[in-house]
Design a protein around this ligand. Structure first.
Ligand code: NDP
Length: 290
């Protein structure tokens, strides 16, 4: 039997529908949630990501504004732009699109964002709240989207063994904490580039999460039959069927559907859920502001 494929686009639309109702309630009090995105330079993938975020804002009746800065923008000019948005009461969410050009320290820029407006959830205050289990912060969007997929798929985490491949500040590490926290109750192994016997570790996972950024690195033979497989990776590879064309693949080998119990596709799995959670954080920021 093949795995259940999660339709992240449909789940994302469902979340957006729920947000539309909350946005209508805010509108009664004269508040329209407003997401401001700063983009530095011309990275083509970033342009697509920002466009998708703006489209999502439009669909649900939120204001989105975009500040384009030149590739040679200095760190202090970027931080000044962030501070201006911090002081703008009409802006509820601020996002600085990564990657930033070389020479700009991303962490310093993130630390400049007012944690209440940090809808990406990357500010140390929000990551600290995540660790302490304080629900008053902003949860990073991709980890939050994965938890929402797991919840909606009715996967029982209590007593499960989860393996998270990747320990990044924005994906692997916060997601590992969410899976292990009280109420989720999974027992989590965090694997990374120095981990040995990765295949054996993966085979023990009831929940296998790949956030590595290496095309189809996780082989179907590494998957425990019936496991829930969440593929976060987004990798662009050459597509031999299209002349000079490319296509997106995840971190998990195609064909793994025949072994997994539940699986997320790439594209159309975690990606749309990440955007839905960004919208959700922005609405939350606006509600907390009222
Ligand atoms: P990073 O590059 O920051 O982190 C990658 C992690 O993978 C690191 O912890 C690294 O280990 C680990 N790693 C690298 N090679 C191996 C290996 N051979 N075996 C085991 N672990 C390895 O990436 P991100 O966390 O930012 O993103 C991961 C992927 O998720 C990317 O493809 C990205 O595009 C995608 N992504 C998707 C999103 C979505 O919405 N769907 C959102 C955000 C990211 P080490 O720490 O030792 O270097």
């Amino acid at each position: 039997m093949g795995a259940t494929r999660i339709d992240g686009r449909a789940l994302g639309r469902d979340i957006e529908d729920g947000l539309s109702e909350r946005i209508s309630s805010l509108a009664e009090g004269g508040v329209v949630p407003h997401l401001a995105v700063i983009i530095v330079g011309n990275d083509p993938a970033s342009q697509i990501y920002v466009r998708n975020k703006q489209r999502s804002c439009q669909r649900i009746g939120m204001i989105s504004s975009r500040i384009d800065m030149k590739p040679d923008t200095s760190q202090s000019d970027l931080i000044s732009a962030v501070e201006k948005l911090n002081g703008d009461a009409s802006v509820h969410g601020i996002l600085v699109q990564s990657p930033l050009p070389p020479g700009i320290d991303e962490l310093s820029v993130i630390e400049a964002i007012d944690p209440r407006k940090d809808v990406d959830g990357f500010h140390p205050v929000n990551l600290g709240r995540l660790v302490t289990g304080d629900k008053g912060g902003m949860t990073p969007c991709t980890p939050a989207g994965v938890m929402e997929i797991i919840r909606r798929a009715e996967v029982d985490l209590e007593g499960s063994r989860a393996v998270v491949l990747g320990r990044s500040r924005i994906v692997g590490m916060p997601l590992s904490i969410l899976l292990a926290q009280r109420g989720a109750d999974s027992t989590v192994t965090i694997a990374h580039s120095k981990t040995e016997s990765l295949d054996e570790i993966c085979r023990e996972a009831d929940i296998l999460i790949a956030a590595v950024g290496k095309p189809e690195m996780v082989k179907s033979s590494w998957i425990k039959p019936g496991a829930t497989v969440i593929d976060i990776g987004i990798n662009r590879i050459k597509d031999d069927s299209k002349d000079g064309g490319t296509r997106l693949v995840g971190d998990v080998e195609s064909g793994s559907e025949s072994i997994a119990g539940i699986i997320t596709p790439v594209p159309g799995g975690v990606g749309p859920m990440t955007i839905a959670m960004l919208m959700s954080n922005t609405v939350l920021a606006a509600e907390r502001n009222v």
